[in-house]
Design a protein around this ligand. Structure first.
Ligand code: NDP
Length: 456
């Protein structure tokens, strides 16, 4: 049995680090550490916890360059891209330091107040596509309300988390945040531990079901952001060049490895041919691979690339046409060029399963209802983008079973927005900052009005 897991650079396949595989004993120990640290952390004044968060932001910011360099190596993403993601991640520490001030006590106009308390030990299970951004979407808010956290990074990208924890250990009280290294062999016993009172997972639907089942048994809340198969509807009245650029961003940013990447493209039949030509031209001109002088990084590893290759090959075997890209590059590492497919149908894996790669499969539609029927014919429901100038299209989008609808845009976020995934894409208010997130990681207790009760 292997005692360690190698971490590789996806650009070259070269080994850049090694971590333990993890086991039940290491998970148990991490939870014990978090459980022991919890009472003192929860007993602090809210404002004291907020000052720790501010110190955390400062300490992380001082080491931004080293975090960027490590995360860029383990994900294969360009340094500028990583810098943007980690800067936003660090900003979350400041955001929650401010948002949580006074949060624990909410007076009610009709008497009494709501006190919000921590849940206890929270498990934070993070994937590899944005290692620190996703971790810090949750960690500072969980800490702000008084939880302690066991943070399990993905086995593919643990190095930035290791560095971040070294930095945070100099700031946070011992045991308040604990890193648990390893793969599912560490993640599984973490989720099975009765002392864990909340689990937040960003990852696959299969792992999400496991977390949900284990948590249902324990009547424990979960925050699950899982797979997606997000659609875009491109109406006939749009500027074709503009729409093709926006769809290219949605399909190819981070090599298609974003939970809300666009994975299905429905285009009005009147413009489907010129739109497809425009998307192909943009893919070839603006989305070349890094070794060929373009901006597009590799996939996280060859195993993920094999999934994407299988989806493309399944589509082609059933009649899809590769308009550009496709598997077969002989570059080192895990590269796969931006790929545009036409002539696809809903029987193909590329339209049904999460592809999580740089693929734009295009289908034509004739009517608004047909466009929405296609978009809604999916097991998943993270987001939907609608590109149109027809108000009726936007109204129709209000009944779609998805957590987020983007009108004439893709991937725009706002503080306080809630992104509650639909269908098999997850559950819980996995919002972006904001009060709803704090509500999701704490528990309310109502206190009756002491002034009124005194008379009885
Ligand atoms: P996983 O769900 O396997 O991994 C996500 C996290 O969960 C990782 O930290 C992983 O650890 C951990 N994990 C795995 N098994 C268990 C378990 N039984 N109990 C607790 N934790 C566990 O996703 P993958 O990384 O394998 O990616 C597979 C697919 O998931 C992708 O192709 C994509 O479709 C989807 N995905 C979606 C993401 C999103 O943003 N919504 C992000 C990443 C993936 P470890 O990796 O160390 O095994």
């Amino acid at each position: 049995v292997a005692a360690s897991i190698e971490v590789t650079d996806p650009r070259s396949g070269v080994v850049i680090g090694e971590i333990p595989v993890g086991d039940a004993a290491s998970a148990r120990q991490a939870v014990t550490q978090a459980a022991e640290a919890w009472p003192a952390w929860a007993a602090l004044e809210q404002s004291d916890r907020c000052s720790f968060l501010r110190d955390g932001a400062e300490a992380l910011e001082a080491e931004l360059d080293s975090l960027v360099s490590i995360e860029s190596k383990e994900t294969g993403q360009a340094q500028d891209f990583v810098r943007g993601a980690i800067s936003a991640a660090i900003d979350n520490w400041r955001h929650f330091a401010t948002a949580a001030e006074g949060y624990d006590r909410e007076p009610l106009a009709s008497g009494g107040y709501i006190h919000r308390r921590s849940l206890g030990v929270a498990a934070l299970i993070v994937p590899w596509n944005f290692p620190l951004l996703i971790a810090f979407r949750f960690l500072p808010g969980m800490l702000a309300v008084g939880n302690t956290v066991v943070w399990k990074p993905s086995e593919r990208t643990p190095l930035s988390a290791i560095r971040a924890m070294e930095i945070l250990e100099g700031v946070l009280p011992s045991g308040v945040a604990t890193l648990l290294l390893g793969d599912g062999r560490a993640g599984r016993p973490l989720v099975e531990d009765d002392r864990v009172k909340l689990v937040a997972l960003t990852g696959s639907t299969a792992t999400g079901r496991f977390v949900a089942e284990e948590s249902a048994r324990r009547l424990r809340p979960v925050l699950l952001e899982l797979g997606g198969k997000d659609a875009v509807i491109v109406d006939r009245d749009v500027d074709i060049e503009w729409a093709a650029r926006l769809v290219a961003d949605g399909c190819f940013t981070n090599t298609g490895q974003i939970c809300t990447s666009i994975e299905r493209v429905y285009v009005h039949r009147d413009i489907v041919e010129p739109f497809t030509d425009a998307l192909v031209a943009i893919a070839e001109a603006d989305w070349a691979l890094i070794p060929e002088g373009g901006p597009m990084g590799p996939m996280i590893d060859r195993a993920q690339r094999d999934i994407v290759t299988r989806h493309i090959e399944d589509a082609v075997s059933q009649g899809a046409i590769v308009r550009t890209g496709g598997p077969g590059t002989d570059l080192p590492g895990a590269y796969l060029p931006p790929t545009v497919l036409s002539n696809v149908t809903h029987d193909m894996e590329v339209m049904r399963q999460e592809t999580f790669g740089p693929v734009a499969p295009i289908m034509a539609f004739d009517t608004r209802e047909q466009a929405f029927a296609l978009a809604e014919d999916s097991d998943y429901g993270l987001s939907l983008s609608v590109l149109s100038s027809d108000e009726a299209m936007f109204s129709r989008a209000e009944s779609a079973d998805v957590g987020t609808v983007w009108l004439n845009t893709w991937h725009s976020y706002a503080d306080g927005a809630i992104h509650q995934p639909g269908r098999s894409s997850g559950s819980g208010a996995v919002g972006w900052r904001g009060r709803q997130f704090l509500d999701a990681v704490s528990a309310p207790t109502f206190f009756g009005d002491p002034a009124r009760d005194r008379d009885h």
